[in-house]
Design a protein around this ligand. Structure first.
Ligand SMILES: Cc1cc2nc3c(=O)[nH]c(=O)nc-3n(C[C@H](O)[C@H](O)[C@H](O)COP(=O)(O)O)c2cc1C
Length: 352
């Protein structure tokens, strides 16, 4: 006889995700984001002074130290306030953009509001991006409530995550994705801030990006495969009962599903006037440089930076951001790219 299983609450799921991401190997296996396939053509005559290289960009009407955001991870449970608070302090200090984890919990009740609002308190000047799942958009959102949550953090944009794979292998997942584009189209018209359509590690193709563009989306975070695998994360979650065995088996089987990040960048950047954020498996400043040369405007990192924060603290995360900037700067120097605009035109070769 099948047991009837109680679905875990939103806060306990969000805590599970962070814990698993810190303790288990949840990267794609035998599959990468593809950055190793591209190599910059070395410029032996850069005609630049390394000191003059400018890594800054403007994103969501604010100036950033380098084209990098920490993409949405957490919020909505006890413990998330400290993580988001520290991420915000580092991002404010280094002038990076910061995404919040899903605000679904705050749509349900007020109990964990501080885990979201702390971000604007600690980071008054940087771009902050709210976050909601497309499944919530499909089910029908209380727009007034959502707008209030976004106003509370003075959000510069809202990310809507498109996570069909994750939902499908999640025990308590929402598997009805019918009406997603209509829902997004309605939100584009109703919200006062831009919407960023993002995946959570399985990638966005040209044809999906085109459909999003046709309903008014001008920002896409490709979140391609090669970094954190959400199918892997879900496979580590434990639930009692028969159906959970099938779920975990399915999640393991689809561990490597998705479009590599380098492929997504090139596909999505074919769309004119689309701001492209390259994320999913970005490891360092060199990957950021390659992302820009492949067509992205910005890069995003999630789990690698969370691990540094949680294992070594906020100071270490700040140092890592400085190191990432150094790597990016050196790649720019050695390709003769004085600024990010010039880096877009840097020559590279494809290794077969
Ligand atoms: C602990 C954790 C929680 C996450 N939660 C969310 C979320 O709530 N909403 C979202 O859009 N993406 C979420 N993500 C996905 C990331 O934003 C990102 O798209 C993905 O992890 C790929 O980037 P990475 O390879 O740099 O980790 C989460 C990632 C991590 C590591």
């Amino acid at each position: 006889m099948k047991k009837s299983l109680k679905k875990p609450s939103t806060p306990s799921r969000k805590k599970d995700h962070v814990d698993i991401c810190l303790t288990e190997d949840v990267n794609y296996q035998d599959k990468t984001a593809g950055f190793e396939l591209y190599e910059f053509v070395h410029n032996a005559l850069p005609e630049l002074n390394l000191k003059d290289i400018d890594t800054s960009v403007r994103f969501l009407k604010k100036d950033l130290y380098l084209p990098l955001m920490i993409t949405g991870m957490t919020g909505g449970y006890k413990g998330a306030a400290e993580i988001n608070g520290n991420l915000a302090l580092v991002c404010e200090d280094k002038k990076l953009a910061l995404g919040l984890g899903s605000q679904r919990q705050a749509l349900e009740d007020d109990s964990q509001l501080e885990s979201y609002t702390i971000v604007r308190k600690n980071a008054p000047t940087i771009p902050i991006i709210g976050n909601i799942g497309v499944a919530q958009v499909i089910k029908g959102l209380n727009i007034k409530r959502l707008q209030k949550l976004l106003d509370d953090i003075e959000a510069d944009a809202l990310a809507i995550h498109l996570n069909a794979l994750q939902e499908a292998v999640q025990f308590e997942g929402d598997v009805n994705f019918q009406g997603a584009l209509d829902g997004i189209s309605r939100l584009v018209k109703k919200l006062k801030i831009p919407i960023i359509a993002k995946e959570t590690g399985a990638g966005i193709s040209y044809s999906v990006a085109k459909r999003l563009h046709d309903v008014g989306i001008q920002y896409i975070d490709v979140s391609g495969s090669g970094g954190t695998s959400w199918s892997a994360v879900e496979s580590f979650r434990k639930h009692a009962g028969e159906s959970s065995e099938d779920r975990n088996r399915l999640a393991k089987k689809f561990h490597n599903w998705g479009i590599p990040t380098t492929e997504c960048i090139q596909q999505v950047s074919r769309i004119k006037k689309m701001t492209v954020i390259a994320s999913g498996g970005i490891k360092d400043g060199s990957d950021i440089a390659k992302s820009i040369a492949l067509g992205a405007d910005m890069a995003g990192m999630a789990r690698p930076l969370l691990k540094i924060l949680m294992e070594n603290g906020a100071h270490a995360l700040g140092d890592e951001i400085d190191y990432i900037q150094k790597e990016l700067k050196l790649a720019m120097f050695l390709t003769g790219s004085k600024n990010i605009k010039k880096l877009r035109k840097a020559e590279f070769t494809f290794k077969t």
